[in-house]
Design a protein around this ligand. Structure first.
Ligand code: CDP
Length: 231
């Protein structure tokens, strides 16, 4: 039987995690799970329902009402919140501005991590996020930790938003990336940090094809190590 593994792709904001994770999943015929989209969807729910994120009871009650799932629409991974397609909405700047505060709430993390573990338990999955290799799947067979220079990350996100017709200044995007990285790295519950056994990939100067080739080679290596591991 073909050996399937769990691949964790963690790292800083807008450093190409989802580009790599999607490409890896497509090349390996694995399922791609965008865990950031789940925190974004919860954030959208909180904003639309005017929830006070410091009100623990309100957050617990909201989590009971929130159902997130993914569908492939025209080959594109699409996020649904309570059966509504929110893919476009959750990428907007007003979500970027609030998502890291919402993602720092322990009850929110507990609920999302539980779902992520269920989605990944059959293996053959690539998850992109912040705490995949450290908390969600600490036993993941391959852990990648992505990073890139802040000016490169800013330009990529400005271009990405621009392609959707959303005009934002470089400065606004840059500040948001730095701010989110700070909250994500310093929160008490499952902060963004490098797992001991993660491989760091700085993609400031490599293109998506080069990074995919590099990571596919690492995957093949990991699968063969895993298959030859004594019981
Ligand atoms: O695409 P980008 O790197 O900008 O962000 P994302 O992966 O969509 O994640 C959005 C936010 O969700 C992050 O800044 C984190 O605050 C949070 N997040 C998290 O806390 N844990 C994860 N596993 C994934 C995302």
């Amino acid at each position: 039987m073909e050996t399937k593994i769990v691949i964790a792709v963690d790292g800083y904001a807008s450093c190409g995690k989802s580009t790599l994770a999607k490409a890896l999943a497509a090349a390996l015929n694995y399922i791609y799970i965008d865990t950031g989209a789940m925190y974004r969807a919860v954030t959208l729910y909180c904003i639309e329902n005017e929830l006070d994120i410091d009100d623990k009871e309100a957050i617990d009650a909201a989590l009971q009402q929130i159902k997130i799932h993914f569908e492939k629409i025209h080959q594109k991974n699409t996020t649904f919140l309570n059966d509504r397609n929110v893919e476009e909405e959750i990428r907007k700047m007003y979500i970027n501005e609030r998502v890291s505060e919402v993602a720092a709430i322990s009850a929110v993390r507990r609920a999302m991590v539980e779902q992520q573990r269920k989605m990944g338990k059959q293996k053959g999955v690539v998850l992109d996020g912040r705490d995949i290799g450290t908390v969600v799947f600490p036993g993941a067979e391959l852990k990648l930790f992505m990073t890139a220079a802040i000016n490169v990350r800013t330009q990529r996100r400005v271009d990405e938003l621009g392609a959707k017709g959303l005009v934002v200044s470089d400065e606004e995007v840059r500040e948001n990336l730095i701010h989110r990285d700070h909250i994500d790295s310093t929160r008490a519950d499952s902060p963004l940090k490098l797992a001991d056994d993660a491989i760091v990939i700085d993609n400031s100067n490599i293109n998506p094809n080069e990074q995919l080739a590099m990571c596919l080679a690492l995957t093949t290596q990991r699968i063969s190590t895993f298959m030859n591991k004594p019981e």
